[in-house]
Design a protein around this ligand. Structure first.
Ligand code: ADP
Ligand code: MG
Length: 337
C-alpha cells in the first residue's frame, strides 16, 4: 500500500483543496437563487421572478418584461389618451399588431362563450362604476337602455383584421389585456433564454421551469376570507388566471356588486365567487375565466370541458368548489414538502 507514504498534512491539504474546488464548482449554483421584483401595474401588484441566470442578467430581463407589460397597459387601458381610448372615440380605425391580436382574441372568446364574454360591455362597466365608493346600483331602465348598445356582433374587422369598425360599440379589454400583458412578458423572458420564471400579476400568472428544489408554488385566494388561501397549487408550465368577485366590488344594502358584467342581463354575474383557469396562454386563461364566471358553475364547467387546453376550478357563491376533469393534473395541490 502506498498510503503510508502520504503524510496526514498532505491529506488535509488535499481535502481542503477538494472542498475549495467543490465550492467553486457550486458557484454557478448560486444562479439557482431566484431574483424577483414587484411593481404596481394594471391596477395590481405584479411580481416577476426569474431563476437560473446571473443577477445582472436577471435584472435586465425582468426590467424588459415589466416594460413590455407597461406598454400593453399604455395601449389597452381605457384611460384618456391611450390608443384604445382614441379608437373608441373615433368609432374604429387602424389597429396596431398587438391591438388586432387582442381584439381578435376577444371576439373569438365572445363567439366561443356564446356571448358571455363580450368586449363591448364598456357602457355597462361605466354605468356600474364598481371602482367608486359604494353607491346605489343603477336604475333598471338605464341598464336596459345601455344594453341595446352592447353586443360584439356589430363590430366588424377590415381586411386582414388590420382595422376595425365599432359601429356604435365601445370596447373594454379589461377581461383579456392583463393576460395578454403577461404573455408578452413571458415572451421576453423566453426569448432571453430564461428557463425558470414566474410572472404573477395579482394571482394571474404564467410559470415555467421550477424553483430549483421544487416546483413553483402559488396560492389561490379564498374568495370570502381576505388574506387567506383557498388552496396552494403547483401549476404545470403555462398560465393560471383567477376571476373573482372579491377584489373589485362594492356592497350596497347588503348586496355585493362586482366588476364582471353579464352582457345578457346588464347586472354583475351571480352564482360564482371565484374561477381559476389554466391554459397554454394567459390571454386565453384570462378570457375563459371571465367567461366561466358569467356562465355560472354548470354551464361554465361544460364550457371548460369543451375548450381544448383549458381546465378550471369554480368556487360557487356558497363556497363549494367544482373542478373540470383535468384541473388536478394542470394545477396539482402542493404536497407538504
Ligand atoms: P381581473 O381584471 O380582476 O383579473 P377579469 O379578468 O375577470 O378580472 O376581468 C374583469 C374585467 O373585464 C372588468 O373589469 C371589465 O373591464 C371586463 N369585463 C367585465 N365584464 C365583461 C364581460 N362580460 N366580457 C368581457 N369583459 C368583461
Ligand atoms: Mg379575465
Amino acid at each position: 500500500m502506498t498510503s503510508k507514504n502520504v503524510k496526514p498534512k498532505k491529506i488535509i491539504l488535499f481535502i481542503a483543496a477538494l472542498i475549495l474546488l467543490l465550492l467553486w464548482a457550486r458557484k454557478p449554483e448560486q444562479l439557482g437563487a431566484a431574483y424577483s421584483e414587484t411593481e404596481f401595474l394594471m391596477d395590481t401588484l405584479v411580481t416577476i421572478t426569474v431563476r437560473g441566470v446571473g443577477e445582472e442578467d436577471a435584472k435586465t430581463y425582468v426590467r424588459a418584461a415589466f416594460d413590455e407589460m407597461g406598454a400593453v397597459d399604455e395601449e389597452m387601458a381605457r384611460r384618456e389618451g391611450t390608443p384604445l381610448y382614441k379608437l373608441n372615440k373615433a368609432g374604429g380605425g387602424a389597429l396596431s399588431q398587438s391591438m388586432a391580436t387582442v381584439i381578435a382574441a376577444s371576439i373569438h372568446w365572445a363567439e366561443a362563450s356564446g356571448g358571455a364574454f363580450d368586449p363591448t360591455v364598456a357602457p355597462l362597466i361605466d354605468l356600474w362604476r364598481v371602482k367608486d365608493e359604494p353607491h346605489p346600483p343603477p336604475a333598471a331602465e338605464d341598464i336596459a337602455d345601455l344594453l341595446t348598445g352592447v353586443g360584439y356582433l356589430a363590430v366588424s374587422f377590415g381586411a386582414d383584421e388590420k382595422s376595425i369598425e365599432l359601429n356604435g360599440r365601445v370596447l373594454d379589454l379589461g377581461g383579456v389585456a392583463k393576460g395578454y400583458a403577461i404573455d408578452r412578458a413571458v415572451k421576453v423572458l423566453k426569448d432571453a433564454g430564461v428557463g425558470n420564471f414566474i410572472v404573477n400579476a395579482g394571482g394571474d400568472l404564467f410559470v415555467k421551469g421550477d424553483k430549483g428544489e421544487r416546483p413553483w408554488r402559488v396560492g389561490i385566494a379564498h374568495p370570502r376570507k381576505p388574506g387567506e388561501l383557498f388552496a396552494i397549487v403547483e401549476p404545470r408550465e403555462g398560465a393560471m388566471v383567477t376571476s373573482g368577485d372579491y377584489e373589485r366590488y362594492f356592497i350596497w344594502e347588503g348586496k355585493r356588486y362586482h366588476h364582471i358584467i353579464d352582457p345578457k342581463s346588464g347586472y354583475p354575474a351571480e352564482g360564482i365567487s371565484s374561477v381559476t383557469v389554466t391554459a397554454p396562454t394567459a390571454m386565453a386563461a384570462d378570457a375563459v375565466a371571465t367567461a366561466v364566471f358569467i356562465l355560472g358553475a354548470e354551464q361554465g364547467l361544460a364550457f371548460l370541458e369543451g375548450t381544448q387546453g383549458a381546465e378550471g376550478m369554480v368556487i360557487s357563491s356558497t363556497g363549494e368548489a367544482v373542478k373540470s376533469s383535468g384541473f388536478d393534473h394542470a394545477a396539482p395541490e402542493a404536497s407538504s414538502r
